[in-house]
Design a binder for this molecule. Sequence first.
Ligand code: FAD
Length: 482
Amino acid sequence: MTGRALSRRTLLQGALVAMAFNPASRSWAATLEPGSLPLPPLEGALLMDAASLTAAAEDFGHIVHRTPCAVLVPGSVGDIVAMVRFARRQGLHIAAARGLGESHSTYGQSQVPAGIVIDMSALSTIHEIGESSAWVDAGVRWRQLLEATLPSGRSPPTLTDYIELSIGGTLSVGGIGGQAFRWGLQVDNVLELDVVTGEGELVRCSPSCERHLFDAVRSGLGQFGIIVRARVRLVEVPPRARTYTALYGDLHRFLDDQRWLIEDGRFDYVEGAVVSSAGGWAFQLEAVKYFTPGAEPRDDRLLAGLGFQPGTLQVTDSSYFDFANRLAPLVAMLQQLGIWEFPHPWMDMFVPARSAAAFVEEVLSQTTEADTGQGPILLYPFRSAALTAPFLRVPTDPHVFLFSLLRTAIPPTPENVAALVQKNRAIFERLTAIGGKLYPVDAVPLSHADWRRHLHPYWERFEYAKRRFDPARILTPGQGIF
Ligand SMILES: Cc1cc2nc3c(=O)[nH]c(=O)nc-3n(C[C@H](O)[C@H](O)[C@H](O)COP(=O)(O)OP(=O)(O)OC[C@H]3O[C@@H](n4cnc5c(N)ncnc54)[C@H](O)[C@@H]3O)c2cc1C
């Protein structure tokens, strides 16, 4: 039995079993008292013990802590339908999270003060793997799906850098990785979705059926429905991957080469990072070519014309899986050192290519290694023509750069965290001024007006979708949009 399964069993054993909810006192009761309302029958469990509630008030950011009044560990999709309907009747907020204390949000996005958190990791079955798609529960992690599809030489086309994220979680935000320039984000590679709307209706949607819902929930930040199952695209992949990394001193040349590479398509994956160098910053290209043994990539052809610094090239071969799972050893080390549990006031931005050099230079001139806690700074482009989800807002430019300051707060004090969140906010103001957009998985305090501006010119459509699919506004309050 895995540690995960053990901890779930322990949680369920420790659970306080409620039968009813008292709307007057907003509390749960073990017996049906006058005025209290019976809970719907559940195949899973509704947890109210202190440990479960504390875990559900936690996420990767460790900055915001909002305690729910219950955690649903669903035994079936029917449990989610029943609890969403129940929450709607009681005026309780409800939201999905990857797992108890395992949400990768950084600013409370999946938390529900005094409401119900749904632990999606309880629904994690891979139902079907076909030639070109797989049907999976939303609580499945991308790593689990990949392990199941690779024996038949298939993979989701775009993978996040870290593949322990849940399928429902990344489909609710976007899901970007180094293959996005070719395939779009993960939301662009989902073919059908089963969604429990804010009205408690289970609806299957796709580009040809219930299109409005399909478009609303992809990058919909959990506002319109709980994604419970997804049919995600699969593509054939060779079994090996060759990774090339090389350094640039000149930001302009680095950005130009990255854009050139995503247009000419010689690599299968293009990313990049800002790295510290001699008291300043340098820029590291990371490009990958997949291959089959016996048909190794031609390094000279792949690297022709690139302007990186001589002597900085490194080339490594690995299996496709080890490439996709490349962060696992680093994460294990950070977990061992305890740094994984430090606060993470992340800043994730979509920057228009036309302003990228000036904006990146400006931000880096005000950023020190201490500001990032030596966390990575990502910088890589994708093509906006590959995007299909209306609520994933990116700048209007054919090329967009993901620019992410993946900060760890060291020291992990409230003062340092507050100062870093404030820096994020100041960068956000500058980003907005140049027509950039947030990738809203990060730690930036946003007002209702900020959200309206972020979603422009789709705000009315977003609000309409909220009225249509979640009229009581019970879903996912942690995003702070409504
Ligand atoms: C170490 C690390 C690496 C990352 N790498 C990448 C990366 O390479 N690319 C990238 O794009 N992102 C990346 N992210 C960001 C990640 O995509 C977001 O944090 C995202 O929220 C997914 O995390 P999760 O599965 O834990 O979802 P959660 O944090 O639990 O949920 C995210 C949001 O979606 C809602 N939600 C969750 N599940 C559902 C569902 N089934 N239906 C409806 N709403 C739902 C939640 O309520 C919340 O608002 C990374 C994050 C971390 C911490």
